[in-house]
Design a protein around this ligand. Sequence first.
Ligand code: NAD
Ligand code: IPM
Ligand code: MN
Length: 348
Amino acid sequence: MTKHKIALIPGDGIGTDVTDATMKVLHAVAATAGFTLETTTFPWSCAHYQETGAMMPEDGIETLRAFDAIYLGAVGWPDTVPDAVSLHGLLLPIRKAFDQYANIRPHRLLPGVEGPLKSGAFDILCIRENTEGEYAGAGGRVHQGRDNEVAVETSIFTRKGVERILRFGFEQARARRGHLTSVTKSNAQKYSMVFWDEMTRILAPEYPDVTVSHMHIDAMAARMVMAPDTLDVVVASNLFGDILTDLGAAIQGGLGFAASANICPDRSGPSMFEPVHGSAPDIAGRGIANPVAAIWSGAMMLHHLGESTAAETVERALAATTGRGIGVRPGSHGTDEITDAVISAVKG
Ligand code: NAD
Ligand code: IPM
Ligand code: MN
C-alpha cells in the first residue's frame, strides 16, 4: 500500500482545529482509496516560542525536508508573540527554504454558498509569487524613535523569479479557460513592476493559446468585485497576491472557504498546504471555525501526492456538504458538524 509521509504543523488558534478536521477527512478517504498517510506532528507555534525561544528548532527545515508534503494550520498569536517574529520564524522561511515559489489559491463559489456578489459566476485561480518581491525581507530602520527615523523595505524581483512565476501562470491558464491576467502597479512602481510587465510581454508569444491582460492592482480589486466573470487565471507578486486572495476569499463566502498550496514545482523539496486564513484569535477555542478551506487545501495536497481520485472525492464531498446547506453561513454549523458531514459524504 502506498504510504505518504506528511509533516503536520497545526500552529496556533483555529489552526489546530482545522488541521484535526482535515486529517480526519484525509484518513477517511485514504482508507477507502487504499493508501495511508503517515503523519508526524510538530508543535511549532507561538506557545512553542514562549517555551523554547524559537518558533522551530534550528534543524527544523532539515527535519521537514524528509517529508513528502507539509500541512500547516495557521501560525500567529499577536497578543503574545509579535507577528513579524512568528511568521518570519516559521511560515515564511519554509516557503523560501523549499523554493515553494508558486502559491496556488483557487477561488470559486461552492454550491449553496451565497457570496456577497449578485452575479453567481465566480471561478478564478490566483497564482501568487511566494518567495521574493515585497516579502524579500530586505531593509532596515535608522534613527529609531527619533524625528528623523527612516524605515526601508526593499522589494526584490529577479529575472529568474519573475519568469518562473509568469510561466507557471501561463501553464495554468492553458489548462483552464486560456486567459491570464497579470497584475502590477507599473504606473507608480517604475522599476519592479515595469520589469514584470516587460517579462509578461516577452513570454506571451510562447503561449499563443493564452490571451493576456495587464491590470493595475487597484483596478483589479474593483474588477474582482464588479466583473469577476472576465477573469480566469490571475498572476501577481507576493504582496499583491496576498491581498487579492483575501478579497477572493470574501467573494467566495469568507476566509473559511479559501484554500492554498505552496508548491515547489521542480519537487526539489516538499510543498506545503494550508488554508489562506490565519489563526483567527477572535473565534479560537469556540469550535466554530469553518474547516472547508483547510479540507480543500488537504485535497490539493492529495492531488500533489498523485492521489487525484481521492482528491476529487474530497472536493465532491465538500460540494455535497455545502450543497446541503451545511457550513454555508458563518456560525450556522460548528467545526465538528461540518467535518462529520464531509466524512459521511466521502464514505458515500
Ligand atoms: P485571520 O484570517 O486569522 O482572521 C480574519 C477574520 O476571518 C477573523 O474575523 C476570523 O474570525 C475570520 N476567519 C478566519 N478563518 C476563519 C474560518 N476558518 N472560519 C470562520 N472565520 C474565519 O486574519 P488575522 O486576524 O489578520 O490574523 C490572525 C493571526 O493569524 C495573525 O497572527 C496573523 O499574522 C496570522 N495569519 C497567519 C496565516 C497563516 O499561518 N497562513 C495567515 C493569515 C494570518
Ligand atoms: C497568507 C498570510 C501570510 C502571508 C502572513 C501570515 C505572513 O497572510 O498566507 O496569506 O502574507 O503570506
Ligand atoms: Mn494572507
